[in-house]
Design a protein around this ligand. Structure first.
Ligand code: GLP
Length: 215
C-alpha cells in the first residue's frame, strides 16, 4: 500500500456475500493483470472465496495460468504434502481446481536447517517477482494477521514466530488434538504485507466483532 492509499470498508449482508464480493475483487485484478502476484491465507474465513474463484474459473474461464501465489505463512516442519500444512490447504481449496502452474505456487521453506536464511530467501523471491500485487488477509480473534502475533515488537520481513496459546487453541480445531498443533510458524512480516500494492482483509462472525471494532 502506498502512503496515502485509500482505505475502503465494505460491509456485506452475510458471509456468503462477503466471499462473493472478495472473489469478484480478486478476479477483477487477475483479469487486469494475468501475471498478478498474489498472497493468500488459510483459515475458515477465506474458504468460500476460494470456492467462488474456482467457480469463476470453471464457469467463466478465469485464467490462472500466469498467476503466481505466495502462501503467507506455514507451520514449522510441516512439509507441503502434509494434510495439516497451509500449502496443502491452499492446494485443496484452490490450486488443484484451477489452471495455476504449480511452479508458481510457493510456501516458506519450513524444513530448512537454516531458518533465517530460508526466511530471507522467501522475502527475496517475492522481491524478484516485483512484490505482491494483492494480498488477502484473514484475522485472528487476537488481531493476528498471517502469523504475526500481537506484540510490542513488529517484525518487518519473513521470520519465525512463536504462536500464542490462544492461536494454538483456536487452530486446534484443524488437528486431532491440541498437542499436535505446531508451536512455531514462518510468516510474512508486516512490511511484506503492507508493501503489497493492494490489501484486502476479511472478517466474519461474532467472534471477530471485538477485534474488528478496534480498527
Ligand atoms: C490462522 C492463520 C491466519 C488466519 C487466522 C484466522 O492463524 N495463520 O492467516 O487469518 O488463522 O483464521 P480463521 O479465518 O479460521 O478465523
Amino acid at each position: 500500500m502506498k502512503r496515502g492509499s485509500t482505505i475502503k470498508i465494505l460491509i456485506e449482508n452475510n458471509y456468503e456475500e462477503m466471499c462473493t464480493k472478495t472473489a469478484s475483487l480478486i478476479a477483477e485484478e487477475i483479469i487486469k493483470n494475468p501475471k498478478i502476484v498474489l498472497s493468500l491465507p488459510t483459515g475458515s474465513t477465506p474458504v468460500e472465496c476460494y470456492d467462488r474463484l474456482v467457480q469463476f474459473h470453471k464457469e467463466q474461464g478465469l485464467d490462472f495460468s500466469e498467476v503466481c501465489c505466495f502462501g503467507m505463512d506455514e507451520y514449522i516442519s510441516l512439509a507441503q504434502d502434509n494434510p495439516q500444512s497451509y500449502y496443502y490447504f491452499l492446494n485443496r481449496h484452490l490450486y488443484r481446481h484451477v489452471n495455476i502452474d504449480k511452479r508458481n505456487t510457493f510456501s516458506p521453506n519450513v524444513l530448512a536447517g537454516n531458518r533465517q536464511q530460508a526466511c530471507d530467501e522467501y522475502t527475496d523471491m517475492i522481491k524478484e517477482r516485483g512484490g505482491i500485487d494483492l494480498i488477502l488477509l484473514g484475522i485472528g480473534r487476537d488481531g493476528h494477521i498471517a502469523f504475526n502475533m500481537p506484540s510490542d515488537e513488529i517484525q518487518a520481513y519473513t521470520h519465525v514466530e512463536l504462536l500464542s496459546e490462544e492461536t494454538i487453541s483456536d487452530n486446534a480445531r484443524f488437528f486431532e488434538k491440541l498437542e499436535d498443533v505446531p508451536t512455531q510458524a514462518m510468516t510474512l512480516g508486516i512490511n511484506n504485507i503492507i508493501s503489497s500494492k493492494k490489501v484486502i482483509l476479511i472478517a466474519s462472525g461474532q467472534e471477530k466483532a471485538e477485534v474488528i471494532g478496534e480498527f
